[in-house]
Design a protein around this ligand. Structure first.
Ligand SMILES: NC(=O)c1ccc[n+]([C@@H]2O[C@H](COP(=O)([O-])OP(=O)(O)OC[C@H]3O[C@@H](n4cnc5c(N)ncnc54)[C@H](O)[C@@H]3O)[C@@H](O)[C@H]2O)c1
Ligand SMILES: [Zn+2]
Ligand SMILES: [Zn+2]
Length: 437
């Protein structure tokens, strides 16, 4: 049987073992990871082309993948202990196991959730760990059974899985796939710091290094479950769309999906970091007529105006609670509010600033304690809700958000404040702590 592959080269079935043997022989002489990659990728792509013409070759390709993919040595920012600076280490990244994808992380950005995970002990982390969950990259290799991406694909790893098979995915009422929690966990917030089999693909100085959200993007290579990998338009600039993987997607979706902001409505957003700015953009794109940004740092206001904020308020400028100020200012309260900070006072203020009868307030900021309000706030018809990743389904919706950026429907470039290399990660976190990020 003779087939024509994508590049127009003619080859037949008997070529494949010969081709494989040739690559094996060359691999034995390959001295470094770079050479391994440059040998491996074209070969895998060739086999992929064969498979597209003849699915029976799939088995051969899987065997090829598992035989040939080797551990990679690369640099990563390892957090050895809680609240201590990262150390740039050479780590070993194991080959992807079944249903896993190894990704060359080309760009990663920082979310405040990474800072929280670094500075406070939590059920999210076990040290040493590689943090990072907002990134973009290129698939380097795939484990057995992976069908939705192949080496060379451009992808965004996402902290929320979308397996498309569990009860929650099939029910189609939420983006919270049941695979999000540890298999044994009952609590919805019990997020894994390992791969799904309870082991980790990272080793450093002879000991396992844990994988935050199973994404761990502060590393040159990472292994991520296939159900957390969104394949995106290869034309999209990876240095920019990496931001869609958490902050932008979260804030934007919290406005358009969770708060269901309506045309002509009044909105307020607490916290004008990346998440809050994206929420402001969501309110604007949904057609809100008034968008109030609330931040204790008024330096955030000029940028927020570019995203659609109509007025900025600093709660410290008033001698009464901000919710009372806002109720007066808006003749009874706002239609939609979004809290993008993560504390009891601001979550409560956001709820209590909405209008009785129909106001809806979305808690977006991460907070690990009880929150409270007077029961009558809810009895009088307000809705208090929240969401992870803006209610977007990770694998289905991330590629669509990337397309929205390509069509200039959402801003992304404007979120970038600094560009730094991996070895400057501690300085980057200092900027975030100082509110300059
Ligand atoms: N729900 C999710 O899926 C999800 C995803 C990503 C991030 N988060 C959370 O969203 C929150 C925001 O993340 P970010 O990266 O935009 O953070 P950020 O630090 O960049 O921004 C926070 C902003 O809030 C302001 N602020 C702080 N305290 C304030 C107060 N008391 N009153 C008014 N303004 C105040 C700061 O000046 C800053 O501008 C964090 O809690 C993060 O963990 C949630
Ligand atoms: Zn995040
Ligand atoms: Zn699922």
């Amino acid at each position: 049987m003779e087939e024509l592959n994508k590049r127009g080269r003619v080859f037949n079935e008997s070529d494949i073992p010969a081709m494989t043997k040739r690559v094996y022989a060359r691999l034995q002489h390959a001295l470094d990871v770079k050479e391994l990659r440059s040998l491996f990728l074209p070969m895998l792509n060739e086999l992929q082309s064969v498979e597209e013409h003849d699915p029976a070759k799939n088995e051969m390709r899987q065997q090829y993948c598992s035989n040939i993919v080797k551990p990679i040595l690369c640099r990563a920012a390892v957090a050895w202990e809680v609240d201590k600076p990262f150390v740039i280490e050479t780590i070993e990244v194991a080959p992807p196991k079944a249903n896993e994808v190894r990704i060359k992380i080309t760009h990663s950005s920082i979310c405040r959730t990474d800072l929280g995970a670094l500075t406070k002990p939590s059920i999210w982390t076990k040290f040493p760990i590689v943090l990072g969950h907002e990134a973009a990259g290129v698939v380097e290799s795939i484990g057995e059974g992976v069908t939705t991406v192949k080496p060379g694909d451009h992808v965004i790893p996402v902290f929320l899985p979308q397996c498309k098979e569990c009860y929650a995915c099939k029910k189609n009422k939420t983006n919270l796939c049941d695979a999000y929690t540890k298999p044994e966990a009952k609590a919805a917030q019990n997020i894994p710091y390992t791969m799904r089999d309870g082991t980790t693909r990272f080793t450093c100085k002879g000991q396992p290094v844990y994988q935050f959200f199973a994404t761990s993007t502060f590393s040159e290579y990472s292994v991520v479950p296939e159900i957390q990998v969104a394949k995106i338009n290869p034309e999209a600039p990876l240095d920019k769309v990496c931001l869609i993987g958490c902050g932008i997607g979260t804030g934007y979706g919290s406005a358009v999906n969770t708060a269901r902001v309506e045309k002509g409505s009044t909105c307020a957003v607490w916290g004008l970091g990346a998440v809050g700015l994206a929420a402001v953009m969501g309110c604007r794109n949904a057609g809100a007529s008034r968008i109030i940004g609330i931040d204790t740092n008024p330096d955030k206001f000029p940028l927020a105006k570019k995203f659609g904020m109509t007025e900025g308020m600093n709660p410290n400028d008033y001698d009464k609670p901000i919710q009372e100020v806002l109720i007066d200012l808006t003749d009874g309260g706002l239609d939609h509010t979004l809290e993008c900070i993560g504390n009891n006072n601001t979550m409560r203020a956001a709820l209590e600033s909405t209008r009785k009868g129909w106001g809806i307030s979305v808690a977006v900021g991460v907070y690990w304690h009880d929150i409270s309000t007077h029961a009558f706030q809810l009895l009088s018809g307000r809705t208090w809700t929240g969401a992870l990743y803006g209610d977007w389904k990770s694998r289905d919706d991330v590629p669509k958000l990337v397309e929205s950026y390509m069509k200039k429907e959402i801003l992304v470039d404007e979120f970038i404040t600094h560009r730094m290399t991996l070895d400057k990660i501690n300085e980057a976190f200092d900027l975030l702590k100082a509110g300059e990020w």
